[in-house]
Ligand binder design. Structure first.
Ligand code: FAD
Length: 466
């Protein structure tokens, strides 16, 4: 057991919290979205929360943690939903929320600290020079840019720009290593993939350079269809429409919109499937002409309502907010993350709708993937048992629709189901004691883990807590 009193002393001058209730609070994220993760991770908590204000303080904290052999789990705002920011081995939660400054804004790019909230970043770059991030998660009002890069993938704007994995969507990261004498590395180009979406397992991001796009007063629109597949075909056609500038296209099947979008309910008919959209103001005339030709029914326009007071942003109906809104009303729901590889993505969606019907109400996000328009999905699942959930996953995969499993806390099982050799090699170099966010990279703890065996990985450090 580490001597935390001694550690606190050595960290003097840096904000440290050891009140168990407050430490527990900062040891949680949105893991409870998954009934499976909820059972596995409910008892996870750190010993200390350290909140550095500068890169210097990050370096000092890592140095002390390294000397004592104490694990460090970085944290932005804790909105990840796979337990990414949860300290499976206890130790220190490194809360980066106080490193929240913008350093420079230039045409096409911004340099900032990791803890700035995404909506704040957009507000400041818009006020400075009419620019905004190319895309953001639907949690933009609360999530940090560092947490997005280390734990997220894409979101609102990905229809135009693709995701974080695409070269050019992150410009540069400054990373502090977990060694006796921590080093500060500047990463660009392919090297960025060593730490982006690595859950903070191989370095602490202390500075970020992101590309910017022109900012608009995006118009929120809801388009209604009586049939979900018509909403999907409309979405696909709009996504492929060259001239109309959109930031979000998400078709969502009935009964979700009427039953769970409580603030928008007055604008939606029961039984309607809805496409959630964000359209550039100067594209509205073209968009309306297009929608009329596609026989879509405009149910809501943010530029035509008297007041938006109490009405959430359209993007807070989409991405994982769709799940959140359903869960708030009916906690028995859970969800999946599905890819429908093109060019026959619409046919794949139809097949899944035919097989599962109302057991898996549809929710798609149209995005650009490897240069092509495709859709990924975050369908809701009426959860019964773990066995049935596994069966639903298998049926998707057998039909050519890969699942990125949101009911797993490891990098590998949630994503590509194989070792990421680049991230593993980087961890060997930057975190030789394996102290950064232990338990999240299977390849580190168990290089022989057989992904084909179909078994879940259980981090040994968790066994004591379950
Ligand atoms: P956290 O949850 O605090 O951390 C995420 C991961 O990054 C953790 O592994 C943490 O250890 C690591 N980390 C944090 N900061 C650093 C750092 N400075 N250096 C190294 N590692 C670090 N995600 C999407 O991609 N797109 C979406 O549209 C989306 N929608 C969501 C909607 C809802 C309702 C919810 C609950 C989640 C959603 N998410 C989405 C997931 C999550 O909100 C985002 O990925 C978000 O950007 C995470 O930011 P955060 O600050 O909360 O990070």
């Amino acid at each position: 057991m580490a001597d935390y009193q001694k550690i606190k002393k050595e960290l003097e001058g840096i904000a440290v919290e050891d009140n168990p209730a407050l430490v527990r609070q900062k040891s949680r994220d949105f893991y409870w979205y998954s009934p499976i993760l909820k059972a596995q991770l409910d008892n996870v908590t750190a010993d200390l929360v350290v909140t550095p204000k500068t890169e210097e303080e990050v370096i000092r904290t890592l140095k002390v943690a390294y000397a004592h052999g104490v694990p460090v789990t970085p944290r932005g705002a804790g909105t990840g939903n796979y337990g990414q920011a949860m300290p499976l081995s206890g130790g220190i939660v490194l809360n980066l929320a106080a490193m929240d400054k913008i350093k420079e804004i230039h045409p096409g790019r911004v340099i900032c600290e990791p803890g700035i909230v995404l909506a704040q970043l957009d507000k400041q770059t818009k006020a400075h020079s009419g620019q905004e991030l190319r895309f953001h998660p639907s949690t933009a009002q609360t999530a940090t840019v560092g947490g997005f890069i280390a734990g997220g993938s894409g979101g609102v704007g990905s229809i135009t720009w693709g995701g974080l994995r695409d070269l050019g969507n992150i410009l540069r990261l400054r990373v502090v290593t977990m060694e006796a004498e921590p080093r500060v590395l500047d990463l660009t180009g392919w090297d960025l993939q060593k730490v982006s979406h690595a859950y903070g397992t191989n370095g602490i991001i202390t500075e970020i350079e992101m590309p910017l796009a022109p900012a608009y007063d995006w118009v929120d629109v809801l388009v209604g269809y009586d049939d979900f597949m018509e909403a999907v075909r409309f979405s696909d056609a709009l996504a492929k429409c060259n001239g109309i500038l959109v930031k979000e296209i998400a078709p969502i099947a009935a009964p979700i919109p009427f039953d769970y979008f409580t603030r928008h309910k007055p604008y939606i008919r029961q039984g309607q499937s809805i496409v959630v959209l964000m359209i550039a103001p100067h594209s509205m005339d073209a968009f309306l002409a297009f929608t009329a030709a596609q026989k879509g029914e405009i149910m809501f326009r943010s530029d035509k309502v008297e007041s938006m007071r109490g009405i959430p942003h359209a993007y807070e109906l989409a991405w994982n907010h769709t799940t959140l809104r359903a869960l708030k009303v009916d906690p028995s729901f859970t969800y999946l993350q599905v890819q429908y590889p093109g060019p026959d993505h619409v046919a794949k969606v139809r097949k899944m709708v035919e097989i599962f019907g109302d057991e898996v109400p549809g929710h798609l996000e149209f995005i650009k993937f490897d240069g092509q328009i495709q859709c990924s999905g975050l369908p809701l699942v009426r959860y019964t048992t773990e066995e049935r959930l596994e069966e639903i996953i298998k049926i998707h995969q057998d039909n050519g629709c890969p699942i990125f499993n949101p009911h797993r806390y490891t990098l590998e099982e949630g994503g590509m189901k194989r070792t990421d050799a680049v991230q593993l090699a980087f961890k060997q170099e930057t975190d030789p004691k394996g102290l950064l966010n232990p338990g999240k990279m299977i390849a580190w703890e168990n290089p022989d883990f057989d992904f084909n065996a179909g078994k879940n990985y259980l981090f040994p450090g968790l066994a004591a807590l379950m």
